[in-house]
Write a protein that binds this ligand. Structure first.
Ligand SMILES: Cc1ncc(COP(=O)(O)O)c(C=O)c1O
Length: 512
């Protein structure tokens, strides 16, 4: 059954929404919209009736009626006749349709500009909330065609395998061995993507109230997984690169860097059960951890008895050819998460965990309460993809480099007050804004044709109001439209400082 919100619960979530800056209906609609965008009010939730909400908020029924109408017009509320409206996110064109000029797209029957069912994203809205790419279409399609011919041989079996299909595990293990990390198939557990892998690991090693060290900012879904497991996330902030002795050579604004002193001190003092880090083109900052720090990290975790979990989901998106060793090269105790989502396609839902055999057995046992193994066809196809993992990368990286250059130029030209740095890889730029307006920008963004993920989604306790992640997954023409929209949205906030304050006070800043 779909959830519903009672008026007092919604009133609590709304907090102090009515600051008298804009018409009340508008302020109410803006804050509800933010709650939906931020995930604090789940999709398909029935909002209270106009009468009960107006009573609960102490405002006129006309105000609530107008606010709901506004939300309906913007696509954030369903328009069921007579029934209570349910929360929605406006349908957006999936990024995958027009993002990169990937020759494979047309072979899968998807044409630029077409919409495919299911994935969120516009009637007209450009989606900057996701940092994902369309499929390496032709390569993926070919792998599935090959998998189909191999399927009959497996049909006599039961089809269940909590570890994953052996040919895929062998292919992943061989890939690690080639990267200088000797690995056997028994050290690989196949998962339904990196997010699934993280959930399995948390389930196996961390209990309620256990401390889990995280970078701050970090990948929002990882923070959500840690929080959902009842663990306590212990954030360690990044520092400016010059403080860490890795200043930028090109004279641009200082990049962020891992604060090794803080990481080591936190490990020593807090002795977290687990640490979750993304050293390869970190999401959202795009930073790459140098080998010397990888070694320090491994040592600190070992000394503290902390299970070090390294998420390598973005490792293949190495735009400038930087050379680093996988963290697992520095210690057999490291638990590594990998995925095909960024190199090939998120729709494959295929990833893996690499760890010691003993740990892998623990993960396999923990998994069975979540699922009983991955789908066979996907794994057969994934085995082909992993064996030729580099095949789609040159075209993908080349398009991303062009997009990154275009985005940085556009931001410098239209939003000169935004500090951007230059990520060495990954899919996004972590922008420092001249004022703490990230949530306010996110709330008004749909009015300007774009959808954003507010900086605080990447932090704990409302941090990162001064930051916005801007992906460079779109082609330059669309990035130009998006950056001009960002500029217009910022101009609107600059022209109405009161509005900025109202939206900043919106209650949905924290995700933990
Ligand atoms: C750091 C990081 N980890 C995990 C994921 C999720 O990966 P998957 O699609 O394999 O679950 C992402 C996706 O953006 C990510 O950036």
């Amino acid at each position: 059954m779909s959830p519903s919100l009672n008026p007092s619960a919604l009133a609590r979530l709304l907090g102090e929404w009515n600051l008298g800056v804009e018409p009340a209906y508008r302020e109410l609609a803006d804050v509800v919209r933010l709650l939906v965008l931020d995930g604090r009010v789940a999709l398909d939730t029935a909002l209270p009736s106009e009468r009960t909400l107006s009573e609960s908020l102490g405002v006129s029924r006309t105000t609530v009626t107008a606010a709901y109408r506004h939300l309906r017009e913007q696509g954030f509320l369903s328009s069921g006749q007579g029934s209570r409206g349910r929360t929605r996110i406006p349908r957006l064109t999936p990024l995958g349709t027009t993002v990169l000029s990937d020759p494979g797209l047309t072979t899968t029957g998807r044409t630029p500009g077409a919409t495919s069912p299911g994935l969120a994203a516009p009637e007209g809205l450009i989606d900057l909330a996701y940092a994902s790419l369309p499929a390496s279409g032709e390569v993926v399609h070919r792998a599935f065609a090959a998998a189909l011919t191999e399927l009959p041989a497996l049909l006599p079996g039961f089809g269940y395998d909590a570890m994953g299909l052996l040919p895929l595990r062998e292919a992943v293990a061989a890939r690690y061995a080639a990267a200088g990390v000797p690995t056997t198939a028994e050290q690989i557990l196949v998962t339904s993507g990196a997010q699934h892998a993280l959930n399995i690991i948390i389930r196996a090693v961390a209990g309620r109230q256990d401390r889990v060290l995280v970078e701050h900012p970090s990948y929002p879904n990882a923070l959500d997984a840690i929080r959902a497991a009842g663990c306590r996330a212990i954030p360690v902030a990044f520092t400016a690169a010059h403080d860490a002795g890795t200043d930028r050579a090109d004279g641009g604004p200082p990049a962020l860097a891992w604060d090794m002193h803080a990481l080591q001190a936190t490990m020593t003092q807090q002795r977290p059960t687990m640490a979750y880090v993304v050293p390869d083109f970190h999401n959202p900052t795009g930073q790459l951890m140098p080998d010397v720090q990888r070694r320090q990290l491994v040592r600190a975790a070992a000394a503290a008895g902390t299970v070090l979990v390294v998420d390598e989901t973005l490792r293949e998106l190495n735009l400038d050819g930087a050379e680093t060793s996988p963290v697992a090269a520095f210690s057999p105790a490291v638990v590594t998460i990998g995925s095909l989502s960024k190199s090939h396609w998120g729709g494959l839902r295929t990833g893996w965990i690499r760890a010691s055999e003993t740990m892998i057995q623990r993960f396999a046992a923990a998994r069975t309460s979540l699922d009983l193994g991955g789908p066979v066809m996907e794994q057969l196809a994934a085995a082909h993809l992993v064996r030729a993992l580099d095949e789609p990368l040159p075209a993908r990286l080349s398009a991303l480099r062009d997009n990154r250059a275009a985005l940085l130029e556009l931001l410098a030209g239209h939003l000169p007050g935004w500090e951007t740095g230059r990520p060495a890889g990954g899919l996004s730029v972590w922008c420092r804004l001249p004022a703490p307006v990230s949530t306010a920008l996110t709330v008004i963004a749909p009015d300007f044709g774009i959808r954003l993920a507010a900086g605080p989604r990447f932090g704990i306790g409302g941090a990162f109001e001064r930051y916005l992640r801007v992906p460079f997954t779109l082609p330059p023409e669309q990035l130009e439209t998006a950056v001009l929209a960002l500029r217009s949205a910022q101009d609107r906030l600059d022209a109405a400082p009161q509005l900025r304050r109202t939206l900043k006070n919106a209650p949905a800043l924290a995700i933990a």
